[in-house]
Design a protein around this ligand. Structure first.
Ligand SMILES: [Cu+2]
Length: 79
């Protein structure tokens, strides 16, 4: 019983860690976009698409997918 509770606590904790991760990543991407990065117009469109997708996933509670999607945007930005 104790072990089950610990597992639940661990899962809840890792979930909330991701919940914090997405907004932090979005903030970083927004800051990079505000600094007019040296990327092509096509890349800019892609980054904005991934950024919006990440936010949607985050709001849907799909934090892992959100982090993965935002990571793709960060990579294009050279972060
Ligand atoms: Cu999230």
């Amino acid at each position: 019983m104790k072990k089950t509770l610990l597992t639940i606590a661990a899962l809840a904790f890792s979930g909330s860690a991701f919940a914090f991760h997405c907004p932090a990543d979005m903030k970083k991407i927004d800051a990079a976009l505000a600094a007019s990065p040296k990327i092509s117009a096509a890349q800019m469109t892609e980054v904005k698409k991934l950024r919006a997708e990440g936010e949607t996933l985050h709001k849907a509670g799909k934090h892992q997918e959100s982090v993965d999607t935002l990571a793709k945007a960060s990579k294009i930005l050279g972060m």
